[in-house]
Design a protein around this ligand. Structure first.
Ligand SMILES: Cc1cc2nc3c(=O)[nH]c(=O)nc-3n(C[C@H](O)[C@H](O)[C@H](O)COP(=O)(O)O)c2cc1C
Length: 169
């Protein structure tokens, strides 16, 4: 079975609410198991066990929160083993145009360095769902659709149980 990890950091609940909508999308795809954990609960073994990893962070100074970056830094111990896994990002911010795209890109940048596969979209926020403050209906819909997109891509790549779908050149 394809497994997707949603790992999020949330201090006041906005990012957690968006994470729950992403999970709804993932769970709606047949044959996909969804594991949701907060960043402090997430271990390298959780990353290794997943075919897709969706990371959510509040926008802090236009980028992922330090606690989320720390999680990425911890994956240095398993560097190379995330190659070919699917990745995606989402965020909540305090204001519109106040750093949500750069925050999602900061997460995506780390994923690309880890050799992960990131799919953009023409049908909504290109770099990943976002909300300004508590998620509204549109943000929740975007988040659900992203969950479906990631789950569907994981199934298409059929990476389940494989250490790597894509080898280094
Ligand atoms: C340290 C800190 C830095 C922040 N930096 C930004 C920022 O650069 N841009 C922005 O729009 N909001 C910023 N915010 C607001 C948060 O991104 C926003 O409140 C977010 O929804 C909080 O998510 P949470 O409820 O999941 O903790 C910042 C908040 C904190 C505490």
């Amino acid at each position: 079975m394809t497994r997707i990890l949603i790992t999020y950091f949330s201090s006041t609940g906005n990012t957690k609410a968006l994470a729950e909508a992403v999970a709804e999308g993932v769970q709606s795809v047949e044959g996909v198991e969804c594991v949701m954990k907060s960043v402090p609960q997430t271990t390298n073994d959780d990353w290794l066990a997943a075919d897709g990893i969706i990371v959510g962070s509040p926008t802090y100074f236009g980028q992922m929160a330090a606690r989320v970056k720390q999680m990425f830094d911890t994956t240095a111990k398993i560097y190379g083993q995330l190659e070919g896994k699917v990745g995606a990002a989402f965020t909540t911010s305090g204001g519109a145009g106040c750093g949500h795209e750069t925050t999602n890109m900061s997460i995506i940048t780390a994923m690309l360095v880890a050799g992960m596969v990131v799919q953009g979209t023409t049908q909504g926020p290109h770099f990943g769902p976002f909300a300004v403050g508590a998620p509204d209906e549109k943000a929740l819909r975007d988040a659900r659709e992203m969950g479906i997109r990631v789950a569907t891509l994981c199934k298409r790549l059929a990476v389940s149980g494989q250490p790597s779908a894509v080898s280094n050149p």
